[in-house]
Design a protein around this ligand. Structure first.
Ligand SMILES: [Zn+2]
Length: 408
């Protein structure tokens, strides 16, 4: 078991304060920090803090897959860590995107290989052959757009904006209030000629301004988001797409699971994001990056999804809050120590023999593994190899410790 130094990723949409404050470094930072990666991704592995200096987790896994990952993980996923843990800080909205299913990823990767598009090319959609289910757990309020809103509510929202240019689209959805109607409307908007968007998007923004001014509450958050996106990306079809998606506000500890084909855009906030170890993203707008609309349309799931279906079930097992998801690459829980548990040693048995990433998000914990003991404070993480578990912990003050393992 070793402390793990995360790899900081700077992107324009990040924050100069959120990740630095979380990890106890001086802020504001020189560049906006968007993500902190705790994993063995070849693009940016985390670093083990060993007695002999730093060693990349990617190298450690390559040198001793059996000891680091365990036989059962290797049997299921090969010699690589199947998940990636990130702290994600969105100071500004991220692109509108979706991730492929496992089958779509394999087919897409092979197709782009045949077309001889280099894996590192900006126009490449599929950089590996894996799907990318992701779970986000909010560390404070976290706002996002995710999943198509049930159509009846979307029609209500569009009517409430009182924009006559929207009338034909309201009629389209009223006549066909299902996945086919959403597919038809989304496809119309995302492929609309720019001159049409240059009329429709400003009209929708005017509608949003009037709605907010009127003091109405029902769709105030939706209207503000549309306005914010429209100011940042004038004339972008993604602004219209935002009308069709659930506008979600997660509170600290709430989770959101993004399944294959689910259209989403993170808006604001800081959270822990856990995903399969993949880079496969299809973008639909709200970004200067590569957008491939036909490929996005191929992977999108247009089935309307009520908000509560995006939230994973949370079950309690002793001191542990477990976020239930269908992903096999990862399992996520939070060990919570407080009250009369403070000062006592607590068992945190692992449900199988794989590796663990621990990330302290509140308080401080002393972690005991076979190889020894270390202290994790807020913002610090540890890698527990497969052959070093199970773990026990003690805390002197209320503590939250995220634990990510391989899924069952
Ligand atoms: Zn995503």
């Amino acid at each position: 078991m070793h402390l793990l130094r995360g790899a900081v990723r700077t992107y324009a949409w990040g924050s100069r304060t959120a990740i630095a404050d979380f990890t106890g470094r001086p802020s504001p930072t020189t560049h906006p920090e968007a993500e902190l990666w705790f994993g063995a991704h070849p693009g940016d592995p985390a670093w083990l803090q060993t007695e002999d200096g730093e060693e990349s987790l990617l190298q450690a896994v390559a040198d001793d897959p059996e000891g680091q990952l365990g036989a059962s993980t290797i049997g299921r996923f090969g010699d690589t860590l199947p998940f990636l843990v990130k702290v994600l800080a969105a100071g500004e909205p991220l692109s509108l995107q979706a991730h492929p299913s496992a089958q779509q990823a394999r087919e897409g990767y092979d197709r782009e290989d045949r077309l001889e598009i280099p894996v590192s090319a900006p126009t490449r959609n599929y950089r590996d052959r894996s799907h990318k289910p992701e779970l986000l757990v909010a560390l404070e309020q976290f706002d996002a757009l995710a999943g198509f809103r049930p159509v009846v509510q979307t029609v209500e929202l569009m009517r409430a904006l009182a924009v006559s240019d929207l009338d034909p689209y309201i009629n389209l959805l009223s006549d066909q209030s299902d996945a086919d109607g959403l597919r038809a409307l989304f496809t119309t908007w995302i492929t609309a000629p720019q001159p049409d968007l240059d009329v429709l998007v400003p009209a929708v923004l005017d509608g949003a301004i009037n709605y907010i001014r009127s003091g109405q509450k029902t769709f105030a958050a939706e209207a503000k988001t549309v306005l914010e996106l429209g100011e940042r990306y004038p004339g972008d079809a993604g602004v219209l797409a935002a009308l069709l998606l659930n506008r979600i506000s997660l509170q600290s500890g709430d989770g959101m699971y993004i399944a294959a084909g689910s259209l989403h855009a993170y808006l604001h906030g800081i959270g822990v994001e856990v995903m399969a170890n993949s880079d496969n993203v299809l973008r639909g707008g709200l970004t200067p990056k590569h957008v491939d609309v036909p490929e996005l349309l191929r992977v999108l799931n247009f089935t309307p999804t009520p908000q509560d279906q995006l939230r994973p079930k949370i079950i309690r097992d002793g001191r542990e809050r477990i976020y239930k998801t269908p992903a096999s690459e990862f399992a996520v829980s939070v060990l919570e120590v407080d009250g009369d548990q403070l000062g006592h040693e607590i068992d945190a048995p692992c449900r199988h023999d794989g590796p663990q990433v621990l990330l302290c998000t509140e308080g401080a914990a002393v972690v005991h593994a076979k190889s020894g003991t270390l202290t994790l404070e807020r913002g610090s993480a540890a890698w527990v190899p497969a052959d070093d578990g199970p773990i026990r912990l003690t805390a002197q003050r209320p503590t939250h410790l995220f634990r990510v393992t391989v899924g069952l």
